[in-house]
Design a protein around this ligand. Structure first.
Ligand code: ZN
Length: 108
């Protein structure tokens, strides 16, 4: 299985596109495609038919679309946007911030 350095519930910053500079929480990760869904990033308005209409009264739902992981960078809680490294200890592979060296545990 492919594994990405970005995990669900991480905070990431967008590097490209209309949402460049925005930060958001990772809602979903798609390892096969190498994309992530980031809260409030790449929001598209979808017209919803009356049958499936649930979220909004006007028939328009806002929904995020996936963005490539290479277009986002993880935000380290200590020092801000940073590259991710890995530290292997036993069977555990821990993500670390390459800038300040602190561990970046995966939030559940
Ligand atoms: Zn850091």
């Amino acid at each position: 299985m492919a594994s990405l350095s970005i995990h669900r519930n991480d905070t990431v910053q967008v590097l490209t596109g209309a949402d460049r500079g925005k930060t958001g929480r990772v809602l979903r990760v798609f390892p096969d495609k190498g994309t992530v869904l980031v809260e409030h990033v790449r929001v598209v308005k979808k017209t919803v038919s009356s049958k499936t209409r649930q979220r909004s009264k006007g028939g328009i739902a806002e929904q995020e679309s996936p963005i490539n992981v290479s277009n986002v960078v993880l935000v380290c809680p200590n020092c801000g946007p940073a590259r991710v490294g890995f530290k292997v200890g036993g069977e555990m592979r821990v993500r670390i911030c390459k800038k300040c060296g602190s561990e970046l545990p995966t939030k559940k």
